[in-house]
Design a protein around this ligand. Structure first.
Ligand SMILES: Nc1ncnc2c1ncn2[C@@H]1O[C@H](COP(=O)(O)OP(=O)(O)OP(=O)(O)O)[C@@H](O)[C@H]1O
Length: 323
């Protein structure tokens, strides 16, 4: 399809550890359209950050397996060697706002220079031209251009996060991966950042992969929601459908654990803990925590297959019409 900017097929990222091989990303597939936001949600440790790092190829040393197809505008970037990927893809076409990045700005370098730097490194721009461009992007993220000459400690947390977003946008990438972009911020600042991301998405027709464990936060931005559990996508649904009627029992439990204002809804929690990614459970990985699991769920792995409503769901109950 012409408007698909990023296509991920059968992506694996396993880590080698002393205790065994951690299957952090285990056969993940999805497509991202131009201008679309996919929210990737799931409990801590289910592989969200590993998926992001696999896509932008920022990998640790202990990788056991890194495999699959990642097509960017129709080109399989997995076939590129590190040098070509660094020159043509990372930060140029796909950029990454990593977890806690507002605290990772270099404290002794002025904010403007830090925003301009990707242009000098990746686009070969001279300093003056890059700084002029940085000024434009500072404005875009709602920071007055006078802050170009300030140091990170002179900015509030929210402003630092805006600066980091400007850094991710300055090369005009096709895809921006946002990994918990608001996690260290108060709720008002969080809302401001989400509104900013929404405005930029519309203005630049950019695609986001928005990673978070905070499901309600995604509702303002997401066009589709992908739920990850134990290294796999277990549901991929249109956002409108997902928030009203999540299909996978895990998605349902995630939504049921979200507080809503002024209702008598009893908050649920998901009993047990996410499974080991070294020895994940047989069949459906959620079966030990699923109240509806039956024999087939224990024995056989369900496919991630389309339901009548167009959602992709990895659950035997759904496929067999039991839910
Ligand atoms: N370099 C590594 N070596 C070994 N195991 C790792 C490594 N990085 C991550 N893991 C493990 O991989 C699994 C997935 O971690 P990941 O950080 O991708 O999950 P996450 O869903 O993003 O969690 P969080 O929301 O807490 O960041 C976890 O079990 C984690 O401990």
């Amino acid at each position: 399809m012409a408007n698909i900017v990023l296509s991920v097929r059968d992506l694996y990222l396993y880590y080698r550890t002393r205790k065994g091989v951690v299957k952090a990303v285990d056969k993940v597939s999805f497509d991202l359209k131009r201008g679309e936001t996919i929210a990737i949600v799931g409990e801590s440790g289910c592989g969200k950050t590993s998926l992001a790092r696999a896509i932008i190829r920022l990998l640790p040393r202990n990788v056991e397996k890194f495999d699959g197809v990642i097509s960017l505008n129709g080109t399989d970037v997995m076939k590129m060697d590190e040098e070509e990927f660094r020159k043509r893809v990372r930060w140029q076409k796909i950029s990454y706002v990593f977890q806690g990045s507002q605290n990772a700005l270099n404290p002794v370098i002025k904010v403007g220079f830090q925003i301009a730097e990707p242009l000098m490194i990746h686009k070969g721009m001279g300093k003056e031209e890059a700084l002029a461009e940085a000024k434009k992007y500072l404005r875009l993220v709602g920071i007055h251009e006078s802050f170009l000459d300030r140091y990170p400690f002179e900015l509030s947390g929210g402003m630092r996060q805006r600066a980091v977003i400007a850094m991710a946008l300055v090369t005009n990438p096709d895809v921006v991966i946002l990994d918990e972009p608001t996690s260290a911020l108060d709720v008002i600042t969080q809302a401001n950042i989400i509104n900013l991301l929404k405005r930029i998405k519309q203005e630049m027709n950019i695609s986001y992969i928005f990673i978070t464990h905070d499901v309600p936060l995604t509702s303002e931005l997401a066009d589709r929601v992908a739920v990850m559990y134990a290294g796999q996508i277990v549901e991929l649904s249109d956002a409108d459908e997902f928030y009203v009627s999540p299909k996978h029992p895990y998605s349902e439990k995630l939504m049921a654990s979200v507080p809503t204002l002024r209702t008598d809804k009893k908050l649920e929690y998901i009993p047990g803990t996410p499974p080991s990614l070294i020895n994940p459970p047989s069949g459906c990985r959620f079966h030990p925590r699923c109240p509806f699991a039956y024999e087939r769920c224990i024995k056989e792995e369900p496919p991630l297959a389309e339901t009548s409503k167009g959602s992709l769901v990895k659950c035997w109950l759904v496929h067999e019409g039991k839910r």
